[in-house]
Write a protein that binds this ligand. Structure first.
Ligand code: FAD
Length: 380
């Protein structure tokens, strides 16, 4: 019996660690296109505040991981194709690896913003440690940083860079930050806190061009205004990596479709983490993948186990105004009720008969998370 895991992010390594709690004999191979260092991705957007270099964020080298997991870890090795019926994974260098069970822990690609100009290749996107390391080589010496995107990652990086005394401009097309997570009143509180920290917000605008004049960059916004920056960081969304699965004929929707046992449409292939759609849910966060990894480890060890998805609120690490939110499902009927003053607001989305359907907590009100979380039913 041999198991191959593609990906050494939190999903891949957590699955391997959990699996070894149940099975110490089966041959285990992990393959990754990146450097394979073990790290916690959420720490990337608090590196400046916590005065951590990219090196500090490395928890274990791939060699240490291979020893700990009694596994083979192939780094800088891209998988080009998977053949589920043949039980083979084909690598870029022409070699192949055989498997009995395959786990796809492929993560997601940052979406490239539609920006023109002669310095587009100098725009950074950060979704792994290697990219973060490259950004820090420039960001550590930059006085002025332009951050594009008002979602979780854009807001966290804007907050972190500002705390490190960078001048930060934050540009996004919506009227308020965190549009997918927060109702307006809560988002206003976050906006005000970011502005109090000194982040200059340019909402309802996009960046159309980025051009270079020597080391200096100039961004042209959709309203015709311009911004100067030493470096630009874009965080405008993530797209689950589905190409390998699609080419192999596996079922793909918003991401790689799996059932509650994390099995794809092929019984020997499983998926979890940012690349997976579990019973229709794509939740690109740590708590869902940790639950999934625990269940999958048991299944791989021979005891088929369904993952349980309780409500897993999203934490946004904006130290100027912390946020914990579980937005109501799209189309849910109800009204937002607010309690408190910015920055400390409890917002509850309640439907018929007062049923809680979602919530958003900011500032000191994040302490009320557990009580609200308990009031919501499990997803499955
Ligand atoms: P990844 O970590 O992206 O790993 C994917 C792996 O697949 C990599 O090893 C890659 O090399 C490999 N791979 C892909 N394609 C191939 C191929 N063809 N061949 C070989 N290998 C391949 N979540 C939270 O819950 N809380 C937070 O506070 C939080 N903060 C975040 C802050 C930032 C800045 C970011 C970017 C994300 C944050 N998240 C947070 C999200 C969370 O970190 C991710 O959901 C999680 O790390 C995803 O892990 P993963 O293993 O699925 O994907």
């Amino acid at each position: 019996m041999s198991i191959v895991i593609i990906g050494t992010g939190l999903a891949g390594y957590t699955t391997a660690r959990e699996f070894r709690k149940h099975d110490t004999d089966t041959s285990l191979t992990l393959v990754t296109a990146d450097s394979g260092r073990a790290y916690s991705k959420p720490m990337l957007s608090t590196g400046y505040r916590k005065q951590q270099t990219p090196h500090d964020l490395v928890q274990s080298s791939p060699e240490e991981m291979a020893r700990q997991l009694d596994a083979t870890v192939l780094t800088d090795t891209r998988v080009e194709a998977i053949l589920p019926d043949e039980g083979e994974v084909h690598l870029r260098d022409g070699k192949s690896i055989a498997f009995d069970k395959l786990v796809l822990a492929l993560g997601a690609d940052p979406v490239a913003p539609p920006i023109r100009g002669d310095a587009v290749d100098r725009i950074f996107q950060i979704n792994d440690l290697d990219q973060y390391e490259r950004f820090r080589k420039v960001g550590d010496h930059a006085g002025r940083v332009l951050v594009i995107g008002g979602g979780l990652i854009g807001c966290e990086f804007a907050n972190d860079l500002r705390e490190a005394d960078r001048q930060v401009d934050l540009v996004f097309p919506e009227p308020l930050p965190l549009p997918l997570l927060l109702p307006d009143q809560s988002a206003e509180a976050l906006r005000a806190a970011l502005e109090d920290l000194g982040v200059v917000i340019h909402s309802e605008r996009t960046v159309d061009r980025v051009d270079a004049d020597g080391e200096q960059l100039t961004a042209k916004l959709s309203d015709g205004s311009t911004l100067q920056a030493d470096t630009v960081l874009a965080a405008v969304g993530l797209r689950p990596r589905t190409e390998l699965a699609e080419a192999a004929g596996l079922s793909v929707g918003k991401a790689i479709r799996v059932d509650r046992s994390l099995a794809t449409s092929h019984p020997n292939v499983y998926a979890l983490g940012d690349c997976a759609e579990v019973e229709g849910w794509v939740l690109p966060y740590v708590a869902p993948l940790t639950n999934a990894a625990r269940a999958l480890a048991k299944t791989l060890a021979g005891e088929t186990t369904d993952v349980r998805y309780p409500v897993m609120p999203v934490n946004v690490k904006t130290s100027c105004c912390q946020v914990v939110a579980w937005p109501p499902a799209g189309g849910a009927e109800g009204v937002w009720q607010f309690d408190g003053e910015a920055p400390d607001i409890k917002a509850e989305f309640r439907g018929d008969g007062g049923t809680l359907l979602g919530f958003a907590l900011t500032g000191k009100r994040i302490r009320e998370r557990m009580a609200l979380q308990k009031e919501l039913p499990d997803l499955f």
